[in-house]
Design a protein around this ligand. Structure first.
Ligand SMILES: [Zn+2]
Length: 436
């Protein structure tokens, strides 16, 4: 990609000698949820909320209306539950099919309309949020949540589709140009990856190079070059191993008993630990703080005599980062030192260490500037935002939607994309609209 008006050229190489920095001994790791309650809470006025309401009431009477309440009462008196000639199983299948049909109809309508409206959105920026890029059948997918990955061919298809509607830009370049009132592309898109997964180098980097699309990778500085994992992936691996060995007896161990308190049915065999159920368990666990969760996962690992690691290197190394940075195509941003969810409950020293300390570690080791920040789990209080503004050019949130020149550059909205919701052009265009 050549230099665009108002967009600074890419860096040609690495200026500094890279060196490893010290790592702390008590890391606290978490992983964010691109589709968790935090983001949904901010979609209440969107098309997404309308669809959710429509789908939620599918097959059930609306108890907010008098006629709905009357229907419910009638069904309870007759003991019939939900109506349907084929019984509850068939009704559930019908309901699922109806939900899919409603969703698909909405996607088709949005995918046709939205691109026409994009033509009027001058100076807008669509920032896409990815995490992992793994091929089908990769063993690393076994302990992964559905919202965390796309396949390499899906990424290639996304980039080709995006380039037909938008101009690719590097996020820091676009932000700098906007801040300096320099000319901007009419409509642009920027790619981001959160967490710093090794598969970003193995599978995303080759596709980005082929398609000549720049990207920013937000790394957790203290994890780079280590064999350590985030607690959600460790939890998934330990649950799978524990269920394979002990089945439902697993929860009789005191180290696993806390899972019973999550108020949801727990899998009683490895087969029952499907991606959706793992997703719910991880989201339920997030009610506790990172330190508590890491301690629990450590205790579970000790009980099973396993570190909760897949064996393969899952996080980027500094060497891989330096290779990508040297291409000029990839920029590196900070995702804190330990992926700690940032809140006012943390001491000012800890906040400073996570926010400013991570930038120092990245720049010392990667040999590049790291002017962008990304809030783990999207958590950002006013104190956190103000500290980030002292040390960074801009920051990405997990808020859903498009970014624009007038918007707060310390709360950049993004569109989260993953394999199960953007595998064809209709669903991708609908998702890119920011309405779904
Ligand atoms: Zn993250």
């Amino acid at each position: 990609m050549g230099a665009k008006p108002g967009i600074p050229p890419r860096r040609a190489g690495i200026a500094d000698e890279a060196r490893e920095g010290p790592l702390e001994s008590d890391p606290v790791y978490t992983s964010d949820q691109p589709y968790g309650p935090y983001r949904h809470a901010r979609n209440s006025h969107s098309c997404h909320a309308f669809l959710s309401r429509t789908i939620r009431h599918c097959g059930r009477p609306d108890i907010t209306s008098p006629s709905g309440r009357a229907t419910l009462l009638r069904r309870r008196r007759s003991g019939s539950g939900r109506p349907g000639p084929g019984g509850a199983g068939v009704t559930r299948m019908n309901c699922r099919a109806a939900k899919a049909a409603v969703k698909r109809a909405a996607e088709l309508a949005v995918a046709k309309t939205a691109p026409l409206l994009w033509r009027r959105r001058h100076g807008s920026l669509v920032v896409l949020m990815y995490h992992r890029v793994l091929p089908p059948g990769d063993p690393r997918l076994e302990a992964e949540q559905p919202g965390m990955y796309v396949h390499p061919e899906t990424l290639r298809f996304h980039l080709a589709t995006l380039k037909r509607h938008f101009q690719p830009v590097r996020l820091d370049h676009w932000i700098l140009a906007a801040r300096n009132n320099a000319p901007l592309p009419e409509r642009a898109f920027a790619i981001t990856f959160d967490d710093g997964w090794a598969d970003n180098f193995e599978y995303a980097y080759p596709v980005l190079t082929e398609e000549d699309v720049p990207a920013t990778i937000f790394v957790v500085s203290d994890l780079v070059g280590t064999g350590r994992l985030f607690w959600p992936e460790r939890l998934g691996l330990l649950l799978r191993q524990g269920l394979a060995r002990h089945a439902a007896q697993l929860y009789s161990f005191s180290e696993f008993a806390w899972l019973r308190a999550l108020d949801m049915p727990m899998p009683s065999s490895e087969r029952e630990l499907d991606p959706e159920r793992l997703d719910r368990i991880i989201n339920g666990a997030k009610r506790d703080d990172d330190a508590t969760l890491c301690a629990r996962v450590d205790a579970m690992a000790s009980r099973l005599g396993d570190a909760g690691s897949s064996g393969a290197a899952q996080i980027l190394s500094w060497e891989q980062i330096r290779t990508m940075v040297g291409s000029g195509l990839i920029s590196i941003g900070s995702h804190t030192r330990r992926h700690t969810r940032l809140s006012d409950a943390l001491t000012p020293e800890r906040l400073h260490d996570e926010i400013a300390g991570s930038r120092f570690v990245i720049e010392s080791n990667a040999g590049c500037e790291a002017p962008l920040f990304c809030y783990p789990n999207g958590d950002a209080t006013a104190t956190v935002r103000s500290l980030v503004a002292e040390h960074y050019l801009a920051a990405c949130s997990t808020l859903h939607g498009w970014h624009s020149i007038a918007a707060d550059r310390y709360m950049i909205r993004r569109i989260s994309v993953h394999q199960d919701i953007t595998r064809d052009e209709t669903s991708l265009l609908a998702r890119l609209s920011g309405w779904i």
